[in-house]
Design a protein around this ligand. Structure first.
Ligand code: 26Q
Length: 815
């Protein structure tokens, strides 16, 4: 980038110490010797915040000339994780802070534990957005993230008798020094009302108004003084207006507005695979889109005259279809407020919007009923019809003249099979039609997006659908969460792998070196000891750090197949009961996962794993050879503790269902070996590490589709696989839940009656792959060679590489 923000000024230990003392005494009003670790956390955070604020001002100043194209990343989720440690690393003052806190007699890592995770996302999509902000800043790309400042993030998960219970997570009710309210940048958002047309011009009147107030989080990067901004909107009632309607005797109306405004940014919806058509969710989507577009247009107007340069200065990335209403909103602004004609306005939309697809699951594709959009956003519904008409009657008609079936198939409006059902608006089609590029998130996924999801669009616009494989930031997911390994790499490579992850490849020459292997293995063991104490603290179970730590950490979903893992563990347990002297390594199977509160089978799987864990962990007969752990309340900060300690990474989705996965990358980066299907980014991971360094099993996408075509009956497999039959019968017997014998009926029925995700079909192949793992573990020099090669081969999966790809193939930004 042409702005030079690359020279990092640092602080020495004495300056950090002085800063902490000043803030403790003058801002928090406590003496250093009376301060708690929480006070130190707050003081250090406030110190970092001062530096960030300075740097934000510098960044703004350097960008004022408006010479650059800014990236606007619109996402309903940003799972940023704890910020203090990350900021200290980025500022290059982590070690200074460590020494400074030590001089006060406190341990920095204890201090960092005080921060609550901002839980502003469900899982992969939200965490990806956070990794991308880190990389955008690190690569010096001018960027804003736009989202919602939810009062309650994703629910907190606890277990009662092994069953998931949810409680609200009021994450920012504790002190949160990172957000800075910007009341001057507030926006008014209109909802409901009706549209009048006068002389061909549309007027949207009688609307309800709510305020959006922004709240800025500074986004720092590695080795740069640039600070980008994550701007999160909060809903508030408009002032003054309420009294008017109150005077007019419309008390209901005024209360309605107030309640609506305050509800908008209250909660993050906890579903990640089955959108419900809830009015409030639609309002959330429009609310943050309207605020963000108004904000970025105002910024553009402060920097430029006229609209000519808009498309070369602005690019807007839609993180899935959740912000898709941005397309008709920008069209509305251009036509109704800026007097553009429709075709020109659409052309502008199409050159600024890009859309990332994260799912092929048909039930996860967003649709909204036409009636709901027409009521909440009447002008937008008109504009959606207008876009659709233009698309079908010009573009589709030109390519497939007279083909009415094709028009039906590609229409943004889905006609119901049953006329009593409503017409539905397909947000994915709206996004494709309104964007200039559409991308999938891994090579396999993108090719399925082309072939299965949008084949006609791909024919119509052959260059529109592209791939950008996901990535993860090596700063958080190696340097910060695994400092010992980072240090070993530093001292071995003597090059800056943190900003050029491909450099890790140079570690391959050490893969067979006994000394290096020893150090690598030692670090893994240290991390396992640390995780063992977390497990003891959270679950009250002691685990052996010399056992294989086999982890599956991700949202709970049938397609991710935690149930496959469960069935296999049950089989391992049975084998041990049959022969307690079996010569097998000790194994600890570790799960962490939240289930959507309304997803009954997913919750049933959690309950089954917990019941099994209870049984296994207390069975003296198997002499600690097997332990099963379900860590509660999975979140970014817990992932940071599990990932460095993992030996085996479970990536076992049904082929064709996991768009990419990013946990797979984080785990391999930290030296875990993958047991996985040929799905999502696993395919590319296998390509990078080589098939001899990964445990691939199960049906491929083609085999899955062949099997379905032939007609799949899970009962055939159940009848013919003795071990599998035995564990399913055991699950169905009620033995694991004597107080509730039918408890696992939902799971058992799902497996035997439909098994849509082919758990049984892949069982034997999965079990065989585990046998290969056990064999490999028994030959340590072989195991550690593989582990080192995994770490060394993850260069491709840096989110820096993903962002460079976006810049080149989608955003047209030179670096
Ligand atoms: C939609 C409408 C209404 C309510 C909720 C939602 C909703 C919310 C979240 C739908 C989907 C999500 C999240 C999806 C997600 O996390 N997908 C994952 O994205 C990762 C990043 O690309 C991929 O690595 C994963 O494969 C994919 O599952």
């Amino acid at each position: 980038m042409n702005v030079d923000l690359n020279s990092v000024r640092t602080m020495d230990t004495a300056q950090v110490e002085q800063g902490i003392r000043r803030i403790l005494e003058q801002s928090l009003g406590v003496e250093p010797d009376e301060a708690t670790p929480g006070d130190y956390w707050e003081a250090l955070s406030l110190l970092v915040r001062e530096i960030n604020l300075d740097r934000i001002r510098n960044t703004r100043r350097e960008e004022k000339d408006g010479s650059v194209r800014r990236v606007y990343y619109l996402s309903l989720e940003f799972l940023v994780g704890r910020l203090l440690g990350n900021n200290l690393h980025n500022l290059g003052i982590y070690h200074q802070a460590e020494k400074a806190t030590a001089s006060f007699g406190v341990n920095l890592s204890d201090v960092l534990e005080y921060e609550t995770d901002p839980a502003l996302g469900n899982g992969g999509l939200g965490r990806l957005a956070a990794c991308f902000l880190d990389s955008l800043t690190t690569l010096n790309v001018p960027a804003f993230g736009y989202g919602i400042n939810y009062r309650f993030g994703l629910f907190k998960q606890g277990f009662v008798g092994g069953k998931q219970v949810e409680s609200p997570d009021a994450w920012r009710e504790d002190s949160f020094p990172w957000g800075i309210e910007k009341p001057k940048r507030k926006q008014v958002v209109r909802l409901y009302g009706q549209v009048r047309e006068v002389d061909g011009k549309a007027y949207w009147d009688d609307t309800q108004e709510v305020l959006g107030v922004p709240w800025d989080l500074p986004v720092t990067g590695y080795n740069t003084e640039r600070v980008n901004t994550l701007r999160l909107w909060e809903g508030r009632a408009t002032e003054g207006f309420d009294l008017n309607s109150f005077d007019a005797g419309r008390y209901q109306d005024s209360r309605f507005r107030e309640i609506l405004a305050e509800n908008i940014s209250q909660v993050l919806y906890p579903n990640d695979s089955h959108p419900e058509g809830k009015e409030l969710r639609l309002i959330q989507q429009y609310f943050f889109v309207a605020c963000s577009l108004a904000d970025l247009i105002a910024r553009y107007k402060r920097e430029h005259e006229g609209w000519e340069q808009f498309t070369s200065k602005v690019v807007i990335q839609l993180n899935d279809t959740h912000p898709a209403i941005a397309v008709p909103e920008l069209l509305r602004i251009l036509m109704d407020e800026e007097d553009f004609v429709f075709t020109k306005a659409l052309e502008i939309c199409r050159s600024v919007f890009c859309y990332t697809n994260h799912t092929l699951l048909p039930e996860a594709l967003e649709t909204w009923s036409q009636g709901l959009i027409a009521r909440v956003l009447p002008r937008h519904m008109q504009l959606i019809y207008k876009i659709n008409y233009h698309f079908l009657h010009n573009e589709v008609e030109k390519h497939w003249p007279g083909d009415h079936q094709m028009k039906n198939r590609l229409s943004i409006i889905e006609e119901p099979n049953n006329p009593a059902e409503p017409q539905m608006v397909r947000m994915a089609y709206l996004s494709v039609i309104g964007s200039h590029k559409v991308n999938g998130v891994a090579a396999l996924h993108s090719s399925l997006v082309k072939q299965k999801l949008f084949p006609e669009f791909d024919e119509l616009w052959p260059d529109k659908i592209v791939n950008v494989t996901n990535g993860v930031t090596p700063r958080r997911w190696l340097a910060n969460c695994n400092p010992e390994l980072a240090e070993l790499i530093d001292s071995t490579l003597k090059s800056d792998w943190q900003s050029d992850l491909a450099r890790l490849g140079e570690l391959k020459v050490w893969a067979d070196d006994p000394e290096f292997q020893k150090k690598f293995a030692r670090i893994k063991r240290d991390n396992k000891v640390a995780l063992a104490s977390v497990i003891d603290e959270l679950c009250g179970v002691k685990v052996n750090p010399d056992a294989i730590f086999d982890v599956q950490i991700k949202r709970l979903h049938e397609y991710k197949r935690q149930q496959l893992n469960l069935l296999h563990i049950m089989a391992v347990y049975r084998r041990l009961l049959e022969d307690p002297d079996l010569d097998v390594p000790h194994r600890v199977f570790i799960f962490a996962a939240k289930a959507a509160p309304g997803y009954l089978v997913a919750k049933n799987i959690i309950y089954a794993i917990n019941r099994l864990a209870d049984r296994v962990n207390n069975d003296r007969r198997i002499r600690d050879k097997l332990k099963v752990i379900f860590l509660p309340n999975y979140r970014v900060s817990l992932a940071e503790k599990i990932i460095p300690a993992a030996d085996v990474s479970e990536q076992i989705s049904t082929a064709g269902f996991e768009a990419s996965g990013t946990g797979n990358m984080k785990l391999a980066l930290n030296g875990a070996l993958t047991i996985g299907t040929m799905d999502g980014a696993n395919v590319e991971i296998a390509e990078e590490v080589g098939e001899e360094n990964i445990f691939i099993f199960g049906k491929t996408v083609e085999e899955v589709s062949d099997l379905r075509q032939r007609g799949y009956n899970p009962r055939d497999i159940y009848q013919h696989n003795e071990e599998l039959k035995a564990v399913i019968d055991w699950l169905a017997s009620g033995d694991l839940s004597p107080d509730e014998p039918d408890a696992f009926r939902p799971l058992v029925e799902s497996l035997l009656d439909s098994d849509y995700f082919l758990t049984l079909a892949d069982y034997q192949s999965y079990s065989d792959a585990h046998d290969r793992i056990v064999k490999a573990w028994k030959a340590p020099s072989y195991w550690w060679r593989m582990a080192i090669i995994n770490t060394a081969s993850m260069g491709k999966f840096s989110s820096d590489r993903s962002i460079v790809d976006y810049c080149k193939t989608i955003w047209n930004i030179g670096l």
